[in-house]
Write a new protein. Structure first.
Length: 493
């Protein structure tokens, strides 16, 4: 029993499985000071799967951890029971193979716009804040595919007092989500510019979304197709599913708005941060960059000098051929899962499996002695995905190494990989995110040479790696500072 020991380690990117290895057990108990009630942490796949897969029968979501996401109302992430089923029914209909094809195409178009801005520089090498840039890339992609609104790379200026165009309101609102969620309504009356900016951004974003939802609903009902029905965007799919629901299952316009914002937030944040980590990996491990580049060259030969050759790319044909690129994405998700813990409340007395180190101590990962963990109604259990992903029992003695090839082995440990959670509450957009990330990663690798900035190049490699891969836990795992030098690729290498 530790005084909140694992929780204190969650923000340490070097902890991984170490607290469990030190204790000789895949199960640890803590006592959070705010509740003084035990929390049981699990880093073995068998227990984590049961907790997440048996969601409705034995375990329910700990909604206290999701209250920050309720500021726009109930949504598919921050809801439980019958209400969650209602949201999930509508949102699930939005994701399809057609949507994956759209995100594939839109990713290519948005990357071309971003690359044009880099190439406009007169310098042969340009320092790029990859976290900020990729956040904008993925925000534009989800906005276009999500609700049929393509944002210009350079946002239009505010034209009327207290009136913001959709692109500006979204770009300004998303980074302020945590502040908006924390602020009580009376705080907006304080004469603080940051509060006023937050209030305006969210009010205008809500107004813009409400207009789009109304226009799309009208478009669907009267069959006019003025908003590009052929695109099959996510909002259209959600509204179509909602219109066919009975009265008890139908979402209000406000609930649709809340779901769209959650999809917007989760759909761009997690992907952009994971790909930002991968750009750092490219700079740290040039051999990984080279292998992704070769894979892209095989599919789109010569596209680094003539990007139009990628415009003919078709998702269903090219995505399966990016096997190593997808492996890089999965390995990044293993090291940097967007959400590292999924707390649940025990709904009925039950028993979960645990493992501990037996009498043999020859290695850190011979956790070969099983034991039962009895649980009572109301107990808090925490699948520790970050530790699970670093557990050598599943990932081998080199679990801490960044090695994408582990995902190319047919019998890789799928049951111990949960970056999108598992079970009925697993992320509905995982296929969308994988298609988007694969297109971005492959295109970046094919077109650009990446290296660390000079200040990092002048320090030892291990220190460079530690600096570049720092993260903090916000809504998702967020890179602290990944700035790299971008140089346009020339020649065939």
């Amino acid at each position: 029993m530790f005084p909140d020991y694992p929780k204190q380690k969650l923000g340490d990117p070097h902890a991984g499985f170490r607290p469990y290895a030190d204790a000789g057990s895949t199960v640890l108990a803590t006592i959070p000071l705010e509740t003084l009630k035990p929390a049981i942490w699990f880093s073995n796949a068998e227990a984590c799967r049961q907790i997440l897969d048996l969601h409705e029968t034995r375990f329910r979501k700990d909604m206290k951890g999701y209250e920050l996401l309720l500021f726009l109302g109930p949504n598919v992430v921050a809801s439980e029971g019958a209400l969650w089923k209602k949201h999930r029914r509508a949102v699930r209909a939005s994701f399809s193979e057609k949507a994956y094809g759209l995100v594939w195409d839109e990713s290519g178009r948005t990357l071309d716009e971003w690359f044009d801005t880099i190439q406009n520089s007169e310098e042969p090498e340009v320092e790029v804040d990859t976290v900020a840039s990729l956040s904008k890339v993925t925000l534009n992609i989800i906005s276009s595919v999500g609700f049929g609104e393509h944002f210009p790379w350079n946002n239009p200026k505010q034209t009327e007092l207290n009136r913001l165009p959709l692109s500006t309101s979204v770009v300004e609102a998303v980074p302020l989500t945590v502040l908006r969620a924390l602020l009580p309504s009376w705080a907006y009356r304080l004469p603080l510019q940051s509060f006023a900016k937050t209030k305006l951004a969210f009010e205008e974003m809500e107004r813009n979304f409400a207009e789009i939802i109304k226009a799309t609903s009208t478009d669907i009902l009267d069959g006019s197709h003025k908003r590009g029905a052929e695109q099959g965007d996510i909002l259209r799919g959600l509204i179509q599913a909602n219109e066919t629901a009975n009265d008890e299952q139908r979402l209000s316009d406000r609930e649709v708005l809340a779901d769209i914002y959650i999809l917007l937030l989760a759909g761009h944040d997690s992907t952009s941060h994971t790909v930002a980590f991968i750009t750092a990996i490219f700079a740290l491990y040039p051999d990984i960059h080279t292998r992704v580049r070769k894979e892209a060259d095989d599919i789109w030969p010569g596209a680094h000098t003539d990007p139009t050759k990628r415009k003919r790319s078709v998702y269903k044909d090219d995505f399966p051929r990016l096997a190593y690129t997808q492996a890089v994405f999965h390995e990044a998700l293993r090291h940097f899962p967007p959400v590292s813990v999924f707390p649940r409340i025990v709904g009925e007395d039950t028993i979960l499996p645990g493992t501990k180190r037996g009498t043999s101590k020859s290695t850190d990962y011979e956790f070969n002695e099983s034991f039962d963990v009895p649980l009572s109604i109301g107990d808090l259990v925490v699948p520790d995905v970050y530790a699970l992903h670093m557990n050598p029992h599943y990932w081998g003695a080199n679990a801490a190494d960044f090695d994408p090839t582990r995902f190319l082995i047919p019998d890789w440990p799928k049951h111990a990989f949960m970056p999108f959670a598992s079970g009925p509450r697993a992320c509905l957009g995982r296929g969308f995110a994988t298609a988007e990330a694969a297109r971005i990663i492959a295109t970046l690798a094919q077109d650009w040479d990446l290296r660390c900035t000079n200040d990092l190049m002048n320090i030892p490699w291990e220190a460079r790696k530690e600096r570049l891969l720092q993260w903090r836990q916000e809504v998702t795992m967020t890179p602290v500072n990944i700035k790299l030098m971008f140089k346009k690729r020339t020649g065939d290498m």
